[in-house]
Write a new protein. Structure first.
Length: 175
């Protein structure tokens, strides 16, 4: 019998996220000077910082290369921020080796076709509610929340709660 996705959360030791369509809603504002601006959800930011503070490697693999994204994520304590990556498989393999992880210990949340090859390999592939159908089809968990609206918070909070690492003193109040 297959394990439920909640049971798989016990094995998670690291998170990998795409940016556009996951940490953002996939929209960019283009200014006359060519600058591209993205919006990120504060609740996702809180969860990312909480995961880092709890000792989880939290990694970003994105084809986009906006330095504003890097600045925001570094401010949350992330150190594994890989932007402008077009071969996500190689970067994923590097992350596994660097952190001595196995595929079953990884949550990867992606929303579109470039995420597919890595998502096929990880133990816990996840998607935002508005991911493309191919990504939803291979996901073990599809958040009810859209990209850029808190889907990252959703999966991080679930993992940390299952593992008893979600802000312990408040834990009992909100369950």
């Amino acid at each position: 019998m297959a394990l439920s996705y909640k049971e798989l959360l016990n094995d998670v030791k690291a998170f990998i996220f795409d940016v556009d369509g996951v940490l953002t809603n996939g929209m960019v504002t283009i200014f006359p000077n060519g600058e591209l601006v993205r919006n990120m959800n504060i609740k996702d930011g809180y969860a990312l910082k909480t995961a880092v503070d709890a000792g989880f490697p939290v990694c970003i693999i994105s084809g986009g290369s906006n330095e504003g994204v890097r600045t925001r994520l570094q401010g949350l304590g992330l150190t594994e921020i890989h932007l402008g990556v077009h071969d996500k498989i190689n970067k994923y393999q590097e992350i596994l080796e660097k952190h001595n992880l196995t595929p079953s210990e990884i949550v990867y949340m992606g929303d579109d076709i470039p995420d597919y090859p890595v998502m096929e390999l990880v133990g816990m592939p996840c998607a935002p509610q508005d991911a493309v159908p191919e990504i939803k089809a291979i996901s073990k968990y599809v958040s009810p929340i859209k990209g850029g609206e808190g889907c990252v918070r959703d999966i991080i909070e679930q993992v940390l709660r299952v593992q008893g690492k979600w802000n312990g003193k408040f834990y009992a109040k909100f369950d």
